[in-house]
Ligand binder design. Structure first.
Ligand SMILES: Cc1cc2nc3c(=O)[nH]c(=O)nc-3n(C[C@H](O)[C@H](O)[C@H](O)COP(=O)(O)OP(=O)(O)OC[C@H]3O[C@@H](n4cnc5c(N)ncnc54)[C@H](O)[C@@H]3O)c2cc1C
Length: 528
């Protein structure tokens, strides 16, 4: 049986694991990344799933949070300058279409957005939107430093916020539901629905207490940093991380799933693969998979505090997951809602009344499928390199519970029927989407999401639910929120840790900082 030895082993080649690995490799350590599936990237991949030349994203497609990460802002690993990572930023961030084809248009520019609100909704709400963005921007400014490094413990964070008026306003916003927050500022229900609909793409129900934090942070964030469309596809980020890792001599292995963390005298010594092969870690093992895999499958309970498995088991999932159709298109969609919608980064559909909006989320929570509220991204409008000349790629998705009322095991049987209903909705609200313009499509239901990535347990794209009580220094657990674990030399990163799911590389960078601290490496010098 083979036996290899490295300074640092990273389990899971999602973009967070790859990010931690890249910082450690840059620090001169001998790093090995072990990936279970046949390719690198986890939820950050691009594949030709709809025919040659059509580069499709089967999971993430818009890169938002990472736009503020010093990894990119200061190009700490040279991903932009040395390895060629490039983002396009749509001028129209998103549009929301209501059943009667009226719409909300959100521009990157706040004043243009306000002018559009005044024209379509109300002058009072236009003024309120401008003030809301300024108010929330003050909170965002305070929270940004906590997003890509370890978050201060909850008590410390709140006592810090309690020192200023802007901080106290931030506490107020974090603890409300999204809809309560919007009710405090706006009068027109359709505007509130549009804003909540877009923010809910982070995967949360805006009626849930604590969901105010997503609206509060995301609204000023997207105006300031934009929505990033990576050139070449979502996987371009991971391709550049791979290039960086290889340049620093790291080892990357696919089809190398980890079965067990090896522990001796309270400290990890390495890992055992599903094949039975063992690999030794001289200094650290970093888990970038779901914490439920780490603590409930890879470690024996005897190596953990008695209460830990129970606390991990009770971590909550999101109330719904995703159902996607990846498409090759002969032409870009033309929406009945108008020309500006055609040029939007994201196009989202929404019910027009509060009652319907609430019912939509209640239905999802009850396990019902709602194909009538999808979202569409046509990446080639901003990045033509993703398709043959003149053609387009489409990404049509809607929220869908993994545990549908028919039973999760029925997903494969009903996916086509659901996909047709979602597509029917798009066809009704466009003038040109039909069998002749949709050249090919690939359906990815929540069970397929899980099959493609073992860390997406039950189709959970953010590993754990995005609730306030599982966020910041409470993610995954208040006592283990700083990327360390009860086992010496064993660390965590990935969506199970702060700042959570989505393409942020936040936990990837933060875990690297903690590793540097523990291994006596000066992180600031490393990235200077
Ligand atoms: C349909 C869909 C759409 C999405 N859209 C967006 C979007 O537009 N924007 C956005 O920001 N986010 C989006 N997301 C969420 C985003 O993709 C994820 O939150 C993110 O990719 C998670 O990254 P990660 O590095 O934390 O973990 P992951 O990407 O989950 O990486 C974990 C890795 O570990 C590997 N692994 C699992 N088990 C083992 C094992 N035993 N041994 C070794 N390796 C193992 C997995 O194969 C995987 O490669 C979407 C997700 C889905 C599913």
């Amino acid at each position: 049986m083979k036996n290899h030895s490295y300074d640092v082993i990273v389990i899971g080649a999602g973009h967070n694991g790859m990010t931690t690995a890249a910082y450690m490799a840059k620090a001169g350590l001998d790093v090995c990344v072990l990936e279970k599936s046949g390719g690198l990237g986890g939820g950050c991949v691009t594949r030709e799933l709809c025919g040659p030349g059509f580069k499709s994203d089967p999971a993430s497609t818009c890169h938002i949070t990472i736009q503020a990460n010093p990894l990119l802002l200061h190009d700490e690993l040279g991903l932009i300058s040395r390895y060629g990572l490039k983002y396009h930023h749509p001028e129209i961030l998103y549009s929301v279409i209501f059943p009667d084809d009226s719409s909300f248009i959100c521009y990157r520019d706040i004043d243009r957005t306000c002018a559009s609100i005044a024209e379509r909704f109300s002058a009072r709400d236009a003024d309120a939107y401008k003030r809301f963005c300024g108010w929330a921007a003050a909170g965002l400014e305070m929270m940004l430093p906590t997003m890509f490094s370890a978050c201060p413990p909850t008590g410390q964070l709140f006592s810090m916020l309690d020192q200023s008026d802007a901080g106290r306003e931030t506490m107020h916003a974090l603890l409300l539901s999204g809809m309560q927050l919007l009710d405090e500022w706006f009068e027109d229900d359709r505007l509130k629905i549009a804003m909540a609909r877009q923010a809910s793409e982070v995967i949360f129900d805006p009626h849930e207490v604590g969901s105010g934090m997503h609206l509060y942070m995301l609204t000023p964030f997207i105006h300031r940093f934009g929505i990033g469309v990576p050139e070449g596809g979502s996987g371009a980020l991971v391709d550049k991380l791979e290039a960086c890792l290889r340049a620093h001599g790291a080892t990357l292995r696919t089809r190398s799933g980890v079965r067990r963390i090896l522990v001796q005298d309270g400290r990890t010594t390495g890992v055992e693969l599903e094949s039975g092969e063992t690999i030794t870690a001289r200094r650290a093992v970093v888990s970038a998979v779901n914490v439920k895999q780490l603590f409930l499958q890879m470690l024996e309970p005897g190596h953990l505090p008695a209460e830990l498995p129970h606390r991990v088991r009770r971590l909550k999932s999101n109330p719904f997951q995703s159902f996607c159709q990846i498409m090759a298109l002969d032409e870009a969609p033309r929406y009945k809602a108008g020309e500006e919608v055609n040029r939007s980064g994201m196009v989202e559909f929404a019910p027009a009344t509060r009652r319907e909006f609430r019912r939509y989320f209640d239905d999802l929570q009850r396990g019902q499928i709602r194909p009538d509220v999808p979202a569409m991204v046509t990446q080639t409008l901003f990045d033509p390199t993703r398709a043959p000349p003149g053609k387009h790629t489409g990404y049509l998705h809607c929220y869908a519970p993994y545990h549908i009322e028919q039973g999760a095991e029925r997903w494969d049987d009903i996916e086509k029927e659901v996909a047709n209903e979602v597509l029917g909705h798009l066809e009704r609200h466009t003038t040109n989407m039909n069998a002749s313009t949709i050249l090919h499509r690939k359906i990815i239901n929540p069970r397929e999401i899980e099959r493609r990535n073992a860390a997406f347990i039950e189709g959970e794209a953010t590993h754990l639910g995005n609730y306030l009580f599982q966020s910041m220094a409470m993610r995954p657990l208040p006592e283990w929120s700083h990327y360390r674990t009860p086992v010496g030399g064993l660390y965590m990163t990935g969506s199970s840790t702060h700042p959570g799911g989505s393409i942020s590389a936040g936990s990837g960078r933060a875990a690297a900082q903690i590793l540097c601290q523990d291994l006596g490496i000066d992180f600031d010098r490393l990235v200077a």
